[in-house]
Design a protein around this ligand. Sequence first.
Ligand code: ZN
Length: 484
Amino acid sequence: MLQADFIVAGATLVDGTGGPARQGDLAVHDGRIAAVGEFARPAGVPVIDASGLALAPGFIDSHTHDDGYLLAHPDMLPKVSQGITTVVTGNCGISLAPLDGTAIPQPLDLLGPAELFRFSTFRAWMDALRATPAAVNVAPLVGHTTLRVAVMDDTSRAADADERAAMRALLQEALDAGAFGVSTGTFYPPASAAPTDEIIEVCAPLRGRPGVYATHLRDEADHIVAAMEEALLIGRELDCRVVFSHHKLAGERNHGRSRETLDLINRAAATQAVCLDCHPYPATSTMLRLDRARLASRTMITWSKGYPEATGRDFSEVMAELSLDDEAAIARLAPAGAIYFLMDPADVGRIFSHPLTMVGSDGLPFDPHPHPRQWGTFTNVLRAMVREQRLLTLETAIHKMTGLAADQYGIAERGLLREGYHADLVLFDPATVTDVATFSAPIQASQGIQAVWVNGRQVWDGERTSAERQGQVLTPGTALARSK
Ligand SMILES: [Zn+2]
């Protein structure tokens, strides 16, 4: 006799495999999917009528900076309201742990206030998350920039042998604690001073175990191909999957070159494990930098310590107000963050359509005027790319958000509607689901996500979060396919 806590009935089941949707029911018992498809409904079990709605595995946000936000705002409203049930943290070289300090340099400050950096080991941060769980699951990466800041007294140079050994030991501890891999952000100082061989030596503990190498490339503009070749070399040396983070071509003169970079990814995928993540917006966001501002057709300020009045405004307007050129204005605003309009929508669509592309929001959760991707990435895809542009089928989009990401990261027993899997679920109306966050008003919950469950407990009802904090700190699945 089927045991069930509740049944979602009459839904369009979009199961995360990419295969065709079908009508059916789904039963949940004790945090797991107890049955899916057609089965006899046991008497007395609550039934949620889902006719006209789609039921999918909970979305996996493949690329986040939520490390500290999970502790500070455990209801994870920006994420659960768009259907996300698992976040991959520690991207772009910056993880909250292992680092216990007060002087937090850029770009680590993108993760939130300095008082969050209080974990001298990776396990200590994971234990804190287990002691006060968030509403979503966490699949954490360790940031190479964090390791550098934790170990080196001068990060403006390559690490010496002792420093590399110390970083390697911290990484070993993190992987033993259950990290899903390493990320680098050599685009940014202070990691840009790290040569390729430093990364390979520090990341040596990745060899022979499940784990990814996720990289914010050294260059996403004119020299992107060389930067991708470096990442692929590191992946081969470490025998691990390469994740090209927020893959993009920055600057007008590079528009259209996604044909070239995706071709490189296709050729690499024939011999080594690779994948990529991306969000659907033609603008990116990070700290305020001269090179980025000069590549962008428009720059918006997301926060500024030096000139807080600039928040939410166009950089060109702020420069005029201050009567400063771009370089001087950046010095005046610093430290600061910005949104840069520098991608070609055709590149974004082409990259998004690639079969190895997952969905990653890359949002900066503590920004006072954030990029709308923090609140709207997944629902923007469902509205714009699936419903309006018909760039992707619903099944393909959901696969990218769920099964594909679980597979690439080695997240076990999640990402599919399958009997025995954890009951991370999202129920939504495919005809109306939409992002609401915009560049001018970015802090707004999505509409049309009607219910979200994490480990069988409801965390979102379409209007508000619940008090459930069932999110687990995940550890890598043993069945991670290490080949392509
Ligand atoms: Zn990044």
